[in-house]
Design a protein around this ligand. Structure first.
Ligand code: NDP
Length: 483
């Protein structure tokens, strides 16, 4: 099967007729081909989006919201189909795609459909002399570039707010996971999204993605992906002064105090370590445990992690599926080897698990727990993005916070304590954009989302997304005294 680009409401092959093989990570076999689009395809998509922009921007917000709600309804009706596709394309357990990825993609459309019609704007009276009001307008053609780990969820997190406020868009999903984005274009047709409002160009990042970033008629880029890629996006977009939203990598810390409710903390920490094979930007890959409960935590945590089932993503009992690609598994394994050279001990996992003969070409890896490393070493400061966590003891809150902040990343973190005062203060001292206390991944889409330091620039979510995808003007009207 070959996917096609979606430009101006039509499915079209890439102009240069070049294609990329896409692999099913659970078997290692080629499952379909995706267009290897070039700057010419991107140019065509930007032109289609540009032509559609005036009418879509002038469409009343209520009508735009109605289309987004229809997209959500259709996605919900096709949930099973989308979940199976997401799982076979990305390697994640189908149960996760069914329970989290696809429902959250529906929620993205519903949330921003609602948000745009409830938006409020500010008026400032300059006493006696002027009235200032905020006027918003869409930016134009939005360039939306998304990664492979949560393919539909993260793409729709961009499409929904961009379209809700009246922009049109050109999307470039990861070449590794294009299938559900392609299926989404069929939903767009069914939902009555006008042609050209949301275009999809598939292909490699350095080619199709870079062409989108450097396109002069795309004034905004929303990018989720790696920190290294982001530096080239900043560089390539600099001459055009684009609006940039950058959601990047993480090396998130879990700080577990001796008074934590371990019955609650351990299952959640197992999930935050290994959900989606550890391929969630918000996964906690460094676990710091206060010394009085270190041994107990380690024993119970490794036992629970050791019971996780790794294997066929289609099996409802599977907890960890396959990593996204052979190259990514190699990268994760290289960090497990490095841990040994840096003085660490692998106390759980570290190997490729035994799987059924028909899955032997898949990219599986056991949940892996490493101890004995120093917090400043490479394994504990660089993003691994796989099912690998480190566990390290600490004595004081100051020490835990210092360890947590000992990395260039600052995306998220968790604090586990029954002392509310400590929970607040430790969370506030951590250099990360999102901190959970006694929980993980509990999301309210109204809250600001994004990272500090090398984990990103800008905030999305709720009004932050509506602000990002619009240009804001202040209109000041002079008032002459009448009385
Ligand atoms: P990449 O940075 O490799 O790729 C992200 C997207 O950018 C892909 O569509 C990719 O295309 C494209 N791309 C690659 N090079 C360029 C370029 N030069 N110009 C424009 N686009 C380009 O990230 P991954 O896909 O490997 O995703 C994993 C990363 O994403 C991790 O670091 C993870 O932490 C981060 N992430 C951050 C999140 C957050 O909210 N902060 C959420 C989820 C993930 P292609 O794949 O086709 O090469």
């Amino acid at each position: 099967m070959k996917l096609a680009n979606y430009i101006g409401g039509r499915r079209v092959d890439p102009v240069e007729d070049q294609w990329l093989d896409s692999y099913n990570p659970s078997t290692g076999e080629v499952s379909h081909q995706v267009p290897s689009s070039t700057a010419v395809d991107v140019d065509n998509a930007v032109a289609a989006a540009g032509s559609a922009f005036p009418d879509w921007a002038a469409t009343p917000a209520g009508e735009r919201a109605a289309v987004l709600n229809r997209i959500a309804d259709l996605l919900e009706q096709k949930l099973e189909l989308f979940a199976e596709a997401e799982s076979s394309d990305q390697g994640k357990p189908v149960s996760l795609a069914r329970g989290v990825d696809i429902p959250r993609a529906c929620t993205n459309f519903r949330f921003f459909a609602g948000a745009v019609i409830h938006q409020e704007d500010a008026v400032h009276m300059t006493e006696g002399s002027a009235l200032n009001y905020t006027h918003r307008k869409p930016v134009g053609v939005a360039g939306l570039i998304s990664p492979w780990n949560l393919p539909l969820y993260l793409l729709t997190w961009k499409i929904a707010p961009a379209l809700a406020v009246g922009n049109t868009a050109v999307c470039k999903p990861s070449e590794l996971t294009s299938l559900t984005a392609y299926m989404l274009t069929e939903v767009f047709d069914e939902a009555g999204l006008p042609p050209g409002v949301c275009n999809m160009v598939f292909g490699a990042g350095p080619q199709a993605g870079a062409a989108l970033v450097a396109h002069p008629d795309v004034p905004l880029i929303s990018f989720t992906g790696g920190t290294a890629t982001a530096t080239s996006i900043i560089r390539d977009s600099a001459p055009y002064f684009k609006k940039l939203g950058l959601e990047l990598g993480g090396k998130n810390a879990n700080i577990i105090f001796a008074d934590a409710d371990l019955d609650n903390c351990i299952p959640t920490t197992v999930r935050s370590s290994f959900a989606n094979q550890g391929e969630i930007c918000l996964c906690g890959s460094r676990i710091f445990v206060q010394r009085p409960v270190y041994e107990e935590f380690l024993e119970r945590f490794t036992q629970a992690a050791g019971e996780l089932v790794v294997g066929d993503p289609k099996d409802p009992d599977t907890n960890l599926g396959a990593l996204v690609s052979a190259a990514h598994r190699d990268k994760v394994e290289s960090y497990i080897s490095l841990a040994g050279r840096e003085g660490g001990t692998v106390i759980l996992g570290g190997n490729r698990p035994g799987v059924d003969p028909d899955l032997r070409g898949g990219y599986y890896l056991e949940p892996t727990v490493i101890t004995g490393l120093t917090p400043s070493c490479r394994v504990m400061t660089e993003e691994i993005f796989g099912p690998v966590v480190t566990v390290t003891p600490f004595d004081t809150a100051q020490e835990a916070v210092a360890y947590a902040n000992m990395t260039r990343y600052g995306l998220s973190g968790t604090v586990w304590t029954t002392d509310l005062n400590r929970g607040h203060q430790v969370a506030q001292a951590m250099d990360a954009g999102v901190i959970w206390v006694n929980t993980w991944l509990l999301r309210d889409l109204r809250t600001p989302f994004g990272g500090m330091k090398a984990s990103g620039v800008g905030r999305e979510g709720g009004k932050h997304s509506l602000d990002f995808y619009t240009e804001t003007q202040n209109i000041c009207i002079k008032q002459e005294p009448l009385f």
